[in-house]
Design a binder for this molecule. Structure first.
Ligand code: SF4
Length: 381
């Protein structure tokens, strides 16, 4: 393992300027606290601007967590509930459709749908959620089900990943979020989410999705019991699948929020760690177009700063976020379009509204809830 020297950092800089790929050892140098954060950030900013210029993307979106009841007990999760706990819920069709209508009324282009693995609900219920929403609101893009949920559907149905995804796509699934990745390395994964989909399952599901033409995102949950080696190993595994399929759109580093979790003794990562992780991700993931600074979890100030440390996307205006708010996030529950645009302009970037598939969105000035899809945004990857 290489320790930090200015020579080590200079060599990394030369590689980045020449557009060469960074190694695991390079990643460890970038995470070494002796490597000044602003140096890492400046380098990441070069790559960010090379790929996305001065643009900073956002979308108008909403979340739907149709149930919080979950058979698993991941130690980092504050969202889940037992079957008979007072906070447990599973939404009715009426409630789900009301969320869809609210999304349409507010000009949302995307609904992000994830939730618990309910002890008693059959696979058909999850399929029905997608079908019902898609039939009622065909223009609303449904970004639904993490690989952990798809893996649960495999368990419930004993069917292949491919046939499940094909059926979900026929019902209206538009893309998949990147959750459930946590940390892939078994040293960590076995301690924080022992029973759920392992790294091989997660990659098999995303690979199959990409082969079917379904775009997905990818994530990493950091700031708990993992170390820099586990993080870089995680990023390299993602980079390898991206080399194979090209199906990841965005990488989202997720900062661990300890409140109300089984790891509440751990301090939440500092803003400096958040910025370093954004920057290192931008530098390691040379083949993924976008790095997202998820403002809900980073806090608004850090998310704005992240736009100069490698990030080019702030996620969306967001409605009904529960997962991070259950874990103590103090960020607002939603931002207005004006607020998110102003945050971007304050950070010196150009705000661009995108849809889930990174196409420009054009709004009707006389009625901003009406929109149409414009040209594809092409990052230089
Ligand atoms: S992270 Fe997901 S799978 Fe794990 S307990 Fe929470 S809801 Fe269940």
């Amino acid at each position: 393992m290489a320790g930090f020297t200015s020579a080590a950092f200079d060599a990394i800089k030369d590689k980045v300027l020449a557009g060469e790929r960074l190694s695991l050892d390079d990643g460890l140098v970038l995470y070494d606290p002796a490597t000044p954060l602003h140096e890492v950030g400046q380098l990441a900013n070069i790559v960010r601007e090379r790929k996305n210029g001065n643009a900073a993307y956002y979308n108008i979106n909403t979340h739907l967590n149709a149930t919080n009841i979950c058979v698993y007990r991941c130690t980092f999760c504050a969202f889940r509930s037992d079957l008979r706990e007072a906070k447990g819920y599973a939404m009715s069709d009426e409630q789900i459709l009301a969320r869809g209508q609210e999304a349409i009324d507010n000009g949302c282009t995307e609904m992000h749908i994830v939730g618990g693995l309910h002890h008693q609900r059959k696979y058909e219920w999850y399929l029905h959620v997608v079908q019902t929403l898609h039939n009622a609101y065909p223009d609303l893009h449904l970004k639904a089900w993490t690989a952990v949920e798809i893996n649960w559907f495999e368990f419930l149905t004993k069917r292949s990943i491919r046939s499940i995804l094909e059926e979900q796509m026929a019902a209206g699934l538009g893309s998949m979020p990147g959750g459930g990745a946590e940390i892939f390395h078994p040293e960590v994964r076995s301690k924080i989410c022992e029973h759920k989909a392992d790294a091989r399952n997660w990659f098999d599901i995303h690979r199959t999705a990409h082969q079917l033409g379904l775009k997905t995102n990818c994530t990493m949950l950091y700031g708990h019991i993992e170390n820099a080696f586990h993080r870089i190993d995680h990023l390299i595994r993602l980079r390898e699948l991206q080399d194979e399929t090209g199906g990841f759109q965005t990488f989202i580093p997720l900062a661990f929020h300890p409140e109300n979790t089984g790891l509440s003794h751990i301090k939440k990562p500092s803003a400096l760690m958040d910025l370093r992780t954004i920057a290192v991700s931008r530098l390691m993931l040379d083949n993924i177009a976008h790095i997202k600074a998820y403002w809900i979890m980073l806090g608004i100030g850090t998310a704005q700063s992240a736009l100069a440390y490698g990030a080019d996307d702030l996620d969306g205006t967001v409605r009904h976020e529960l997962i991070y708010h259950d874990a103590g996030a103090t960020t607002p529950e939603l931002l207005t379009t004006e607020q998110i645009r102003r945050l971007i302009v304050e950070a010196g970037r150009e705000p661009i509204e995108r849809d889930t598939l990174y196409r420009r969105i054009e709004r009707d000035p006389s009625n901003p809830a009406r929109w149409s899809v414009g040209e594809q945004i092409l990052a230089a990857v």
